[in-house]
Structure formats: C-alpha cells, structure tokens
Design a protein around this ligand. Structure first.
Ligand code: ARG
Length: 458
C-alpha cells in the first residue's frame, strides 16, 4: 500500500536506526584487545593454525595503529565497532580474517568489550574520588579548630567545626568508593566464549581468555552472559549515588559563596562573570555539578527501563546500553575533577563563619547539658529552663553569654557564674568529643586516620 512512497525509505531508516558505530566506536581498543585474546586461545586449542593466528594478530595491530592515528571510520553499513574492525582487518589481510569470528558472536563480544570499558571507567571514578577525598582531608586538617554554625532544617543548631563538616563528605565518598569497588569485583567475570547465547561446540579454553583480559574467571551461564548488563547498572548506580553526594556539596558551596552567607570564596578559575552585572562572580562549576547529577541519575533510569522487560537472551534494545553509560561516566569524571578544584582552591572566611555561629543561640544545648551535669536536673526540665533563658536573651536582643548573673538567677537559682564557661563556641565544640563528634581533637584524629587510609603522608 505504501510501497511507492517507502521503496527507498525503510532501508535508509533501517541503516540509521541500526547503526551503533557513531557511539560504540569508543570501544575500538577493547574490541581489539578481546580479539587478540580470542585468537591466541583459538590457536592454542588448535582451532585455527598458528600461522593464521599470527597473520590475524599482525593485522589487528595494524588496525589499532590506524584507529589510534586517524580515528575510527564511521560507516553505517558496517553497523558497529565489531564489524568495523573486522572489515578493515579483511581489507588488510584477506579472507584469513574470517577465521577470527570462529566460536564467537557479537553478543559475547560486545558484552566483553563493554565490560572492559566499564571496568576502566570504574577505575577512573575511584581515582577521581580519591583525589577529591585528599583535597577534603587536607582542608579539613587546616580547619579542624575553626568554628561554624551547624544546621538542621538550615536553622542554626549547634556549633560545629569546618573540618568536621568537610570530613562528612569524605565519609560519603568513602562509601562511594566502596560501592565502585563492589561493582568492580562483581564485574570480574569474562563473557567471551558464551558465543551467541548457548555456548559453542568448539573446544574453547575460556579460562585462558578470561585471564588474558584480566578477569578472575569466565562467566558461568552463557544465556545470562549475553543478556546481562548488571555491570553497567552497578556502575551507573554507584555513579548516581556519588553524583548525589557531589550535588549536595555543590549546593553547600553555592549557598556559602552567596553574599548573605559569605563563608567561602571559590577559585576564579572555576567561576564565571556576568555579561551585564560587572560585580558578579557566579559559582557555575558548582551549579553544573549539581545539574549534572540529574543527568547521571537520568542515565541510570534510562538503562534500567531499557532492560526491565527483555526476555533472554540478547535483544537489540541492549545496543542502547552504551550512550547512557558513556554520558554518565564523562559527566562523573568532570564533576569529580571540578569538585576537587573547588575544594582545593576554596578560601574559607573563618571569621565570618565564627560570627555566624554566634547567632541563633547555638550553644543553648550546652546550657541545658550543664544543668544536667552540675545541678543533676533531668534533661527535659533543663531544656525547659534553657528555653526561658533563650526567650529572655531574645527579648533583650543579646546572646546567652551576655545575660547577667541576676538574669540567670531570675530564671533558675541553680544557674551560677560557672555556666558561662560552657557557653562559648570553642567550649561547645570541644565538649562534643564523643567518637565521631565535632571536637577538634576528634576531627584531627579522623583526619589522621583518613590520611593513612588514602596513603597520604601524616
Ligand atoms: N552493536 C550491537 C550492540 O551494541 C552488537 C551486538 C549485535 N548482536 C546482534 N545479535 N545483532 O549490542
């Protein structure tokens, strides 16, 4: 019925919808590595002759040299990187190239290539996380004593130290590194040799190819192997959680760099100006880290939805696994590097932070705790008495420390001059010396332990 109009159309559309070479060409190195491993194994097993294997090896090396020098040609008729490598190999060495694909399918090939790529991206993420952690730990060590307001509900809660605040992000990143490490360990099985879906009748040595490619062992079920993209999802989920952490840190830097806060000056090299307002310096890098987290989470969602309804084994939908992973990995690498630069180059205004920590009766809890300790008053009652002191200070427009002894006695006779010592910011943070607390001693101990864990000098 529509043949007249569509006679040429469908094949052009088919070429376009089918071609993955525009994005999977980045896998060329992994594809050639996998082929070297496969051909060596085929020769050792006597499946192809060593003379043929040597020719194929030399040809693959030449293809690699060409792609390295000139980039990968993009011919939609060749569909993907696997066919692109094989086609060039055939041009270079002739029909013997056809022996390379013995006992192999693009299905186990793509799973192998992609897993190798994701493993590299995982290692990059781990390096980027470590570099950012080192920056955080360095700054935390410098600011273990410096006081700032600690917030809950973004309302002043209790004073904390800046070092403690920065080390909170060190901890988040420690969990991120652990997640990437888990992902890497789970991805340590080699798909090569699963063939199209059912395995093969050729006498393969799958342990040999696994070892050659740096995997611990071959995968155990060929159907699962060609339909599994858990390794990509593991990467994306670890990346998403890491991106959420970076986004939260970015959000804090954006707030802190704003004039009403004035807690930090971000490096000029990671800020921009305004085309109209000459005074402006905008924290664009931080805003983009916050924004990119949305795209990374979106990439994760995209692949989960791609995979959710697929029957075993391979379906072409799975070709769509790569763009989200490539996008997320590129963004995550950038975000980690940008955050490292911002933390390393941030100038913290510690005077301003101290001043802000003195607002909002941040040491009220210390007053209540003193009543519990010095006068043996139940905490709930101490809370009530302290509330009255806060109310009085507010009505007088002063701080708790500024209340006179008469004022204090008027609230509760058990309050004495001694209470003043616990109301200062420094006394307040020093008192929070429980394990993991904000006291400078605790923070310094955490910094020392973190430096050791990161392999930094102490
Ligand atoms: N370009 C394909 C992909 O990325 C390679 C696997 C093709 N397999 C197939 N049976 N058509 O998934």
């Amino acid at each position: 019925m529509w043949g007249g109009r569509f006679a040429e159309g469908p094949s052009a559309i088919m070429r376009e919808i089918n071609a993955s070479i525009p994005f999977d060409k980045v896998l060329w190195q992994q594809d050639i590595d996998g082929s070297h491993a496969h051909v060596a194994m085929l020769a050792k097993q006597g499946i192809i002759s060593s003379a043929d294997a040597a020719q194929i090896d030399a040809g693959l090396a030449q293809v690699a040299a060409e792609f390295e020098a000139d980039g990968v040609p993009e011919d939609w008729d060749l569909e993907d990187i696997h066919m692109t490598v094989e086609a060039r190999l055939t041009e270079l060495i002739g029909p013997v190239a056809g022996r390379l694909h013995t006992a192999r399918s693009r299905n186990d090939q793509v799973a192998t290539d992609f897993k190798l790529w994701v493993r590299g991206a995982t290692d990059r993420a781990l390096d980027g996380i470590s570099a950012l952690q080192q920056a955080l730990v360095t700054r935390a060590g410098e600011h273990a004593q410096n006081v700032m307001p600690g917030f809950t509900h973004l309302q002043t809660a209790q004073p904390v130290t800046l070092g403690h605040h920065l080390m909170a992000y060190y901890e988040m990143l420690r969990r991120d590194a652990s997640r990437f490490g888990d992902a890497r360990a789970r991805a340590n099985e080699c798909p090569l040799g699963a063939a199209a879906l059912a395995g093969t009748g050729f006498d393969l040595d799958r342990a040999m190819t696994a070892e050659a490619l740096g995997f611990a062992q071959p995968t155990a079920n060929s159907l699962d192997t060609v339909s599994d993209r858990d390794f990509a999802l593991d990467y994306l989920m670890a990346a998403s959680q890491c991106a959420l952490h970076l986004s939260r840190l970015a959000e804090e830097l954006i707030l802190w760099a704003s004039q009403p806060f004035g807690f930090v000056r971000l490096p000029d090299s990671l800020s921009t100006g305004s085309s109209i307002m000459p005074q402006k310096k905008n924290p664009d890098a931080a805003e983009l880290v916050r924004g990119h987290a949305g795209r990374i989470v979106g990439a994760t969602t995209a692949l989960m939805v791609t995979m959710k309804g697929l029957p075993l084994a391979y379906s072409k939908d799975m070709q769509d696994d790569k763009p989200p992973v490539f996008e997320a990995a590129g963004l995550l690498d950038l975000c980690l590097a940008a955050m490292e630069g911002m933390i390393g180059g941030a100038e913290f205004n510690t005077n301003r932070m101290r001043q802000a920590a003195g607002l909002g009766h941040a040491t009220a809890t210390d007053l209540a705790d003193w009543l519990v300790r010095a006068a043996n008053i139940p905490f709930r009652e101490a809370h009530h008495i302290t509330g009255a002191a806060v109310k009085l200070a507010d009505s007088k427009g002063c701080t708790l420390e500024d209340l006179s002894l008469d004022d204090l006695k008027g609230i509760d006779t058990r309050l004495t001059e001694d209470v003043r010592a616990v109301l200062t910011l420094d006394a307040s943070v020093a008192a929070r010396c429980s394990y993991g607390g904000t006291a400078p001693d605790q923070v310094s101990a955490q910094v020392t332990a973190a430096r050791r864990a990161l392999g930094m000098e102490n």
